[in-house]
Design a protein around this ligand. Sequence first.
Ligand code: F6P
Length: 357
Amino acid sequence: MKRIGILTSGGDCQALNAAMRGVVKGLSTSGDTLEIYGFYDGYKGLIYGNYRYLTSQDFSGILTKGGTILGTSRQPFKQMRVPDENGLDKVEAMKHTYHKLNLDCLVILGGNGTQKTANLLREEGLNVLHLPKTIDNDIWGTDITFGFQSALNIATNTIDCIHTTAASHNRVFIVEVMGHKVGWLPLHAGIAGGADIILIPEIPYDIEKVVEAVNRRTRQGKGFTILAVAEGAISVENAKLSKKEFKEMVNTSQFPSVSYEVADQIAQKTGRDVRVTVPGHMQRGGSPCAYDRVLCTQLGAAAAQAIEEKDYGYMIAMVNGQTTRVPLSEAAGRLKTVDPDCQLVQEAKKVGICFGD
Ligand code: F6P
């Protein structure tokens, strides 16, 4: 008999259901009787004991379904040790729910913040496994996170659509791609969509270099220019600000996001028509792509195997095409950022893509 708890936490993405299905299907082949408890809305469900007994039937037919059948919410790691408005100790409450249900393991699907809390629960003595989810692909210790390829297809498709209208009107277009702290998604979408300029948080941009790249294209007789700009793209000047100064600057800015500021500067300095497109949460929506379905099936099966072996305290990662158990104690709190000198960036530059540096 195995008693498993499962929850999805943080921002959603396309392949959460596919991953949960992988875990449950993987466990179902072991011959052991299975009890599954699904916690609603991430850690909230574990804290407040909001869960449902589920059967393997509940995980059937959800491979292609976006979102999460359990719901999710953001429960910041920093707040976990802070009692709630009624004085409830959240960590103790989570432990209580876990022990009350007599769980063998808690399977936690989520990004960096979620992983930190998973590690905290491990430190508190719970058996946990973490599956790396995020469209940002910024989890250290795994080559890829699920959600990334699905979001990449949507962001790339947006740039593809923008191409035809940009060319017809001889305009400059900015597509703002998700990624506040890291630029994997805008980097890959920009290259895949044939963007001329890519701005990511890891490479602070000089607006003069960006403008020069736009003008260069005009001189070459290319009427339009497309920029893929990360939500968290940052200018060289702003990169020098302290965290507090930067926050203040953002709060008082006349622009809704950095893309609009870059658009305004390009328009003023070149006299060109500039338009901004923000696909936003569309990037996290719809069905998982084929790549993510395969990835999640593998990660789910590998998690089931770890549970069968009673080997807990890991993130189930994908490294060099192999599923691997990475200790949460090593991975938690580490971010996988884009190295500005990496091969991908260098090769993008080699084909003429400007990064504003
Ligand atoms: O972490 C995933 C992500 O989609 C980021 O790319 C984005 O910056 C953020 O979540 C948006 O968060 P929210 O859904 O809370 O607005």
